[in-house]
Design a protein around this ligand. Sequence first.
Ligand code: FES
Length: 108
Amino acid sequence: MVKVTFVAHDGRRFPVEIASGMTAREAALFNDVPGIDGDCGGQCACATCHVHVDPTWIDRVGCLSDGSMEADLLQFAEGTTEESRLACQITLDDRLDGLLLHVPEQQY
Ligand code: FES
C-alpha cells in the first residue's frame, strides 16, 4: 500500500492508502477526497484532477515535460504552478509512499 495525503485549499488533510500501481486520481476518488473530479476517467483529457505536488516531493514525482499531452492540457487549468500535475498521470508506487499533494481551490 502507498500512503498519500491530499491537502485541501483550506488546510484540511485527507490521508489515504491505495495499492501500488494505482494513480493519485484513483486514490482521491476511491476515498472521497473533495476537489478532485477526474471527469474524463483518467484519460488525460479534462484537467479536473489538477494537483500541486508538494515541493518536497517534486523531484520524485517529476515535473511536466514541455510539449507533453499533460502539459498541453494543464494550460487550461486554473492556478497552475511549476508543481502542477494531473493526478491521473501520477502512478503511485513504494517510491512515492508518503506523497503530499495539494488540491486547488477549484478545478474550473
Ligand atoms: S482525470 Fe481527466 S485529465 Fe486526469
